[in-house]
Design a protein around this ligand. Sequence first.
Ligand SMILES: [Fe+2]
Ligand SMILES: [Fe+2]
Length: 135
Amino acid sequence: MKKSEIINLLNKDLTGEIEAILIYMRDSFVTPQCDPSRTMEEIAKDEMRHAETLSELIVDLGGIPSMLHKELDFGKGGTKGYLRKLISLEEGAIAMYREHIAAIPDEQIKKKLTHILHEEEEHLEEFKEKLRDLK
Ligand SMILES: [Fe+2]
Ligand SMILES: [Fe+2]
């Protein structure tokens, strides 16, 4: 796999992280219940660290962090709807990190992405728990 191909994959991961940061921050502001709101805010900060790790990896490979994001969909229908949206974003991130870990041959990059993947798995569980608590 060429460096440029690895950079492309990492930039796709970065796009997902930026999308998550923006959506989690916004949803944390409009969520009236303190507990899920704080969880969204805390997890947004984890995603910011992921964006930092990915950007460093991209620059180390000679690339430029794209800092792009897709059109933002914040979820609908109040706190439960927001949490469902965040759960789907975490599921998407987990699937993409698994795919990229399998595809990228560099051991150091695999290790860093695997660390991020484990945090995404924890985020998924935390959001699911917050949704269960609301029922
Ligand atoms: Fe992340
Ligand atoms: Fe996450």
